[in-house]
Design a protein around this ligand. Sequence first.
Ligand SMILES: [Zn+2]
Length: 81
Amino acid sequence: MRCIIFSSMAFPIKVCVVCSEEFELKPDKPGFANRCPACSAPEQADPKTKQGMDADERKSLAEANEARRRAMRDLLYRKDS
Ligand SMILES: [Zn+2]
């Protein structure tokens, strides 16, 4: 018990620059030192990045479909002629 209390008081309390929540800056905390663990998570830190990835995925998917359509058209055209 004494160990838990000691360790919880051992880390400096920081204020997150993203959500202004106080958090313990632990040495093994991943991400930025001035962000709480929740805001350090890549998925929640920047939702715009995720949307951008989705748009890129959609774009590459559309390009793949377009390429497939063109290939099909070429095949049909060759058959016809
Ligand atoms: Zn935060």
